[in-house]
Design a protein around this ligand. Structure first.
Ligand SMILES: CC(C)(COP(=O)(O)OP(=O)(O)OC[C@H]1O[C@@H](n2cnc3c(N)ncnc32)[C@H](O)[C@@H]1OP(=O)(O)O)[C@@H](O)C(=O)NCCC(=O)NCCS
Length: 176
C-alpha cells in the first residue's frame, strides 16, 4: 500500500459505492464528543475522556476523523513511542501505534477506514519520525484484520488474554 497521500488540510474523497462523498481531516477539540460517542458505540474498549484529549494534544497530525455530510462518522487515534521494533527485531525505533479506529456501521465498506489509516500512518512518519507502525487487534476481528492486511500490516505476534474479557490480541506491524 503506497503512502502517497496528502497530510495537508481536509481531503474530499468518493466512497467505493461511487456516490457517497466523505472528507478526511485532522480532528479538533470540537470533534472529541463525536469521536468518544463513536468509540462507545462500535468498540468494547472505551477510554476516559482525558485519554482522547491527551492524544489530540500530543499527536494532532495523526488524529484523523472522517465526515459524511458534515457529520463525523469515523476516527483514527494514534501515538508515536520510542521502543523495540516489531519489524527489525533487536532495533530501537520510533514506532507509531494505532490506538483506536472506528467507523459507524452506516458508513462502512466505503473506504473510510482505509483513507483515515493511510493519512494517520503518513503523518506519523513525516511529522513524528516513525519508521514503522503497530497495533493490537482481537484475534476474532476478521474485518479489521483484513483491513490492516490490505494496508500492508503483518501479524508479528499474539498477546494472550490482552483484552479484559480474556480474548487474545494479534500484534500487527507495518514498515513506514
Ligand atoms: C474495521 C472498520 C474500522 C473498517 O471500517 P471501514 O471504513 O468499513 O473499512 P474500509 O471500507 O476501508 O474497508 C477496507 C477493507 O477492510 C476489510 N473489511 C472491512 N469491513 C469488513 C467486513 N465487514 N468483513 C470483511 N472485511 C471487511 C475489507 O478487506 C475491506 O476492503 P473491501 O471493502 O474492498 O473488501 C469498521 O468495520 C469498524 O469500525 N469496526 C468496529 C470497530 C473495530 O473493530 N475497530 C478495529 C479495532 S482493532
Amino acid at each position: 500500500m503506497t503512502l502517497d497521500v496528502s497530510t495537508e488540510g481536509p481531503q474530499r474523497m468518493l466512497g467505493k459505492d461511487g456516490k457517497t462523498e466523505f472528507v478526511i481531516r485532522e480532528a479538533t477539540y470540537r470533534d472529541l464528543n463525536d469521536v468518544i460517542a463513536i468509540n462507545r458505540k462500535v468498540l468494547p474498549e472505551n477510554y476516559p475522556n482525558w485519554f482522547f484529549v491527551e492524544h489530540l494534544e500530543q499527536f494532532p497530525k495523526a488524529f484523523i476523523v472522517a465526515e459524511v455530510g458534515g457529520r463525523v462518522v469515523g476516527y483514527v487515534m494514534s501515538r508515536v513511542e520510542y521502543g523495540w521494533s516489531n519489524v527489525n527485531k533487536g532495533k530501537a525505533v520510533r514506532r507509531g501505534h494505532i490506538v483506536s479506529v472506528g467507523v459507524l456501521p452506516e458508513a462502512r465498506r466505503l473506504g473510510i477506514a482505509t483513507a483515515m489509516m493511510l493519512r494517520a500512518m503518513k503523518a506519523m512518519k513525516i511529522y513524528y519520525g516513525a519508521s514503522e507502525v503497530y497495533l493490537e487487534v482481537r484475534v476474532s476481528n476478521t474485518p479489521a484484520i483484513s483491513l490492516y492486511e490490505k494496508l500492508g500490516y503483518k501479524i508479528v505476534g499474539r498477546i494472550p488474554r490482552y483484552y479484559s474479557d480474556g480474548e487474545d490480541a494479534f500484534l500487527m506491524a507495518c514498515p513506514l
